[in-house]
Design a protein. Structure first.
Lengths: 276, 116
């Protein structure tokens, strides 16, 4: 039994419930996809997500057992033991120490991301986006100030600036990237910034990157509205909420599948002895 | 009184130091309680081995075992007792002290008497 094994045991036990990707992340991803799907398909996808949640919970319970985490204990974490480590002196055992609670990780990360996002939204000059997602049109960026319209009250509440509906949709898409990216980043922090959990970091970087890229369109576009062909290629993903939902939902499903694979790999397949 | 790392090693709590029991206690220290199936999965022990180790830990007062019916099946739930939590924390402290003393330890070599 080496420290790595004990550390793995501790990690899997502490995160057993949230590593159950098929019952948490995959259904949430399906919900995100379902919201963006056409109406008849939406109900099917949402129902599928609900059934998957129930079925997956049963599967995990029957296959891998159950772990109860007390709310108070869920924040306690034992530092990695170094006694058997070849690195030896690099880490120290400090007994139980309180690490940042989950709420702190999530709320701070999400709040910070959204505050930064709002800031970046307000700094660049206003742009206008032409194109309709539902019609399958490729969007086009225009560096003209968006027309001011809407009731005066809305104008006052919005600080004097009312964006065009197309720009509002783009902001919604970029907000979704910021939100989902922050959630992935929060999960990565919450799981102790482990190498094995770097898929959450990669997804966070991808989604937050898309959010930043979307908010920077006014700087990237040339005065005639032309933008780099590579960015133009992913422009629909930056400004269309439906595409954003598709990407965010797919990211959640991917994260869930990797989590599920990790739990299966860590706890092994069901043996004949257990089946009896 | 200072002790050598070897003496410290010999004085480690054997109830905890056994690899299988250490794995069980480590898992239980990371949660409120876990069921038998999960402990079997995470420690990769057979049913018989796990039962045996759990019995020893229960006899030592380190874990508490409760059984309940879920449908027609019996579910065995295990959790660390207060003494068990205290013991595993103490064990890690001892291991850390042992690590430090092992790093600082130098053999007390007595020069061999010269011949002639």
């Amino acid at each position: 039994m080496v420290t790595r094994d004990l550390d793995r045991i501790r990690f899997i036990t502490r995160h057993f419930n949230d590593l159950q990707g098929l019952s948490v992340w995959v259904p949430l991803g399906l919900v995100a996809l379902g919201v963006g799907a056409p109406a008849p398909l939406r109900a099917v996808v949402l129902l599928g997500a609900l059934l998957l949640t129930l079925g997956a919970k049963r599967y995990y319970r029957n296959t891998f057992g159950e772990v109860d985490l007390e709310p108070a204990d869920s924040t306690a974490e034992l530092c990695p033991a170094s006694i058997f480590s070849p690195a030896g002196q690099s880490s120290r055992i400090e007994g139980f120490r309180q690490v940042t609670p989950i709420a702190r990780h999530f709320l701070i990360t999400v709040t910070l991301a959204l505050v930064l996002f709002s800031f970046f939204q307000s700094v660049p000059p206003n742009i206008l986006i032409q194109g309709e997602e539902t019609l399958g049109q490729h969007p086009q960026v225009l560096l003209e100030p968006a027309p001011f319209f809407g009731p005066p009250l809305i104008k006052i509440l919005a600080g004097g600036v009312v964006r065009s509906p197309s720009m509002l949709r783009a902001v919604v898409a970029q907000s979704m990237y910021a939100l989902y990216g922050s959630v992935f980043l929060g999960v990565w922090f919450w799981r102790g910034r482990r190498w094995s959990q770097s898929h959450h970091l990669v997804l966070a970087a991808l989604l937050l990157g898309l959010s930043i890229l979307g908010t920077s369109l006014a700087y990237i576009a040339r005065p005639d509205g032309m933008i780099d062909p590579n960015i133009d290629l992913i422009l629909p993903a930056l400004v269309y909420p439906g595409m954003a939902l598709l990407l965010c939902g797919s990211s959640m499903i991917l994260a869930g599948l990797v989590d599920h694979w990790q739990i299966v790999r860590a706890l092994g397949p069901r043996t004949e002895e257990e089946s009896r | 009184m200072s002790t050598t790392p070897f003496e410290q090693l010999a004085n480690l709590d054997r109830r905890v130091h056994d690899p299988a029991r250490l794995a069980i206690l480590t898992a239980l220290s990371a949660c409120d309680r876990a069921d038998f199936l999960f402990l079997q999965r995470i420690t990769a022990l057979t049913k018989g081995n796990l039962s045996s180790h759990l019995s020893k830990l229960e006899e030592a007062g380190l874990v508490e075992i409760e059984k309940r019916f879920v449908g027609k099946k019996t579910q065995t739930l295990v959790h660390l007792s207060d003494a068990g939590r205290h013991t595993i924390e103490g064990y890690w402290k001892e291991m850390e002290e042992l690590r430090e003393s092992a790093v600082n330890w130098r053999p007390n070599l007595v020069p061999a008497p010269s011949a002639g």
